[in-house]
Write a protein that binds this ligand. Sequence first.
Ligand code: G3P
Length: 224
Amino acid sequence: MELYVDSANIEHIRHAASLGIISGVTTNPSLLAKEDPSVDPKTRILEIHKLVGGHLSVEVNSTDTEGMLREADEILSWFPEATIKIPMIPAGLAAVSKLASQEIPTNVTLVFSPTQAIAAANAGATYVSVFMGRLDDISVNSVDVLDEICEIWEVQGYESLIIAASIRHPIHIVEAAKSGADIATVPYKVLIQSLSHPQTDAGLKQFLSDYEKMNVEMKKAIVI
Ligand code: G3P
């Protein structure tokens, strides 16, 4: 399972990218709105694009098909390899289908059920984003929903890639991987949390302290 970072924060994306563990970035209007308002979204998106070589999803803000397609054209004029993120509504499916016929990659967002995922796959979505945290928020078990969608993918052989989104904690990453999601898009804070373990910290502390106890000759021998 690949990891993307779900963020519009340049410093967070720069750091995550420097670790060599992420292969893409997803953004949405809420993430962009959290950032410095003096930087317009186009400038910010282009800055993110410069930082990451891989996938970058940019969301449209219209709710009608024509408006979404106009926005897609605008985003593609910024950088042609953009993935256009489109909400899971009927007008969005029509936009996805049109973009798919032009081989433009799309990411259908706000997917909460197997039937929505099936529709997105049939419209030709490149990526289908299943929102785990927001399902759990309303007491629907997100793992059951993701499992069901992954099972359908297996049976039907759909080609759209499944993104586990709305990830709130490291266990969501583990569950997404076990379900068979292709990608988990993870907020920076959760990504960093997922790398640490108290036993790693304790073990490293012990190793460093034992290294300091060695005499100069022993240290030289280790370096050689
Ligand atoms: O990838 C979708 C994500 O940005 C939504 O996350 O935590 O707002 O539900 P959240």
